[in-house]
Design a protein around this ligand. Structure first.
Ligand SMILES: [Fe+2]
Length: 187
């Protein structure tokens, strides 16, 4: 058995930036086309919605992946900025989120279309059990920042969400978040 060498990463608790920055994924509104209820206008395609900074390790059973996610505040026609969301490719793999800054909602759903929505805010520890797709939504005026940790062999299944959507949406109504059924859900 080959051992990994222990190592340390610095996390800026306010904005989620990792030092050193080893692997950064940036998603713009253009990358998110089809995820929101309305299509993304050409003029906003380059707007950054969120960044994920990962601490990579080999995707072997027993290893732990971790990452920070920073979701910018804002909406697309009243639907709050959010991550794409995914099931894990190994669907029974769980995940933990520790929210560091901002205010959000963690939207989850089973393959059978059962939804769950949990609050995210500085200090919340969210447990995403295996079998639940998960998406985070920034419902505040500041960036939503959280640290995630999950089994390194979990993998990502984005396709199911791209095809079906989530059974619920989080919309801004009169300045406050409201969870409503997704009329376009195809689960
Ligand atoms: Fe995940």
């Amino acid at each position: 058995m080959s051992l990994l060498t222990p190592f340390t990463t610095m996390l800026d608790l306010a904005d989620g930036v990792l030092t050193p920055q080893r692997k950064l994924v940036e998603r713009t509104l253009g990358d998110m086309d089809g995820m929101y209820a309305v299509s993304v206008p050409e003029s906003r395609r380059n707007e950054v919605v969120y960044r994920v900074s990962e601490i990579p390790v080999p995707p072997a059973e027993g290893n732990l992946l971790s990452s920070t996610t920073t979701i910018e505040p804002g909406t697309l026609e009243g639907e709050y900025h959010m991550t794409k969301g995914h099931f894990h490719a190994k669907i029974d793999r769980a995940e933990i989120y520790l929210t560091l800054a901002g205010e959000g909602r963690l939207v989850m759903a089973t393959e059978d279309g059962e939804p769950a929505v949990e609050p995210m805010g500085r200090g919340t520890i969210s447990y995403v059990p295996g079998g639940w797709a998960h998406r985070s939504v920034n419902v505040g005026a500041e960036p939503l920042v959280f640290l995630a940790a999950f089994p390194a062999d979990a993998g990502y299944d984005y396709e199911t969400i791209e095809e079906q959507g989530f059974p619920v949406l989080v919309l801004e109504r009169n300045g406050a978040p409201e969870v409503v059924p997704n009329p376009r859900y195809r689960g």
